[in-house]
Design a protein around this ligand. Structure first.
Ligand SMILES: Cc1ncc(COP(=O)(O)O)c(C=O)c1O
Length: 356
């Protein structure tokens, strides 16, 4: 018997998806992925190299990532049993979905937001319900509470600050949501270092709250290290869907070394926040551009012209940003990651030319 056609083999919900794509056109200034534009400070680089040299590559990594969890536990002030490590926070989103995703289960998220909540939910055959935004990308409290009550989601994902809009939702609205939510609530604090706002201290009040973090945005995107913090019983259940060696030994060792020197990374965060404010001010005076307030390491702008044209004009000048021009609720929007002062100046120069 011959194999069935591929369309009959692949699950329809997977066939309907489009794979996550990253722009690969040539550019000299990369402002599209919300990365830290700076490399690690020299002393941290040395510490990482020394740590990596000691990793026995012939052995499997520590499946529990104990050294890294101990470091994180000390930084966060929680016991290691409350921490789950992931190969980037992307993987932790998938683990939460795998653990709660009974057939027919619903996942809820205010939108527009980080695309992986919806993509991973759909890939697992789960129903993904969106809460449309209020004015200025705020969270519409009555609508949010109504959707929570109607959908009874197995998990709710909320990015705080949100990507790609940059704003933090009203904290009391989120607390009302936490009180009303039937399932787990994942508060994704990927950009916490730039906002200074966290719900970490509220974990003891809400056993179904999970705080999702990543080391990607403060300079370690290439290492793929994310972590989830929550109630010990919830973390113990999520552990069951984790692949044994999900975090490789090199990433574990490097992350431990970096966390020991985290004071040195704080200076970079301060510089990025200062540049965000300078860049926002300079963008606001450009004609045909609206700039949304941001508490993250990027700025969302809306162009009076077609966003695609502005995006391509910038790319012609070697500057890569992220084009959301066709996305629902984000018509003619571009997301610009805050770069170094030189990169931001190059962006401003190019943008002035493109908009002229
Ligand atoms: C809100 C949010 N969560 C999670 C991620 C994924 O981060 P990681 O690199 O840890 O997978 C991103 C990346 O852009 C993000 O914006």
């Amino acid at each position: 018997m011959s194999a069935r056609p591929l369309q009959e083999i692949i699950r329809p919900e997977v066939a309907r998806l489009t794979a996550y794509r990253v722009e690969d056109r040539p550019h000299r200034v990369k402002l599209d992925a919300n990365e830290n534009p700076y490399s690690l400070p020299a002393p941290v680089q040395t510490a990482v190299q020394e740590a990596l040299a000691r990793v026995p590559a012939n052995r499997y990594p520590d499946p529990e990532g104990r050294a890294l969890k101990r470091q994180l536990a000390a930084v966060l002030g929680v016991p290691p049993e409350q921490i789950l490590l992931g190969n980037g926070s992307d993987e932790l989103i998938q683990m939460v979905l795998m653990a709660v995703g009974k057939p027919g289960a619903t996942i809820l998220a205010p939108v527009p937001t980080f695309s992986m909540y919806g993509m991973s939910a759909q890939a697992l055959g789960l129903r993904y319900v969106e809460v449309p935004p209020a004015e200025g990308f705020a969270l519409d409290r009555p609508l949010f509470l109504r959707k929570l009550s109607e959908a009874q989601p197995a998990a709710t994902f909320i990015a705080y600050p949100n990507n790609p809009t940059g704003n933090c939702y009203d904290a009391d609205t989120l607390r009302a949501g936490l009180a009303a939510a039937a399932g787990l609530v994942v508060l994704d604090e990927a950009y916490v270092d730039f906002s200074g706002r966290t719900f970490l201290q509220e974990l003891p009040l809400h056993p179904h709250l999970l705080i999702l973090r990543t080391l990607s945005k403060v300079g370690l995107a290439g290492l793929r290290v994310g972590y989830l913090v929550g109630d010990e019983a919830v973390i113990a259940e999520l552990q069951k869907v984790r692949l044994p060696y999900n975090l490789n030994a090199l990433s574990q060792a490097a992350a431990v070394a970096v966390l020991k020197h985290r004071d040195l990374l704080r200076q970079q965060v301060r510089e990025i926040v200062a540049e965000r404010e300078r860049l926002a001010g300079a963008l606001r005076v450009l004609p045909g551009l609206a700039v949304f307030p941001s508490e993250a390491n990027f700025l969302l702008v809306r162009t009076a012209r077609l966003a695609r044209e502005v995006f391509l004009g910038l790319l012609d000048r070697g500057i890569l940003v992220r084009d959301f021009g066709d996305a629902r609720y984000l018509r003619e929007c571009l997301r610009i990651t805050v770069g170094t002062p030189e990169e931001n100046d190059a962006l401003l120069l190019a943008l002035r030319q493109v908009l002229a």
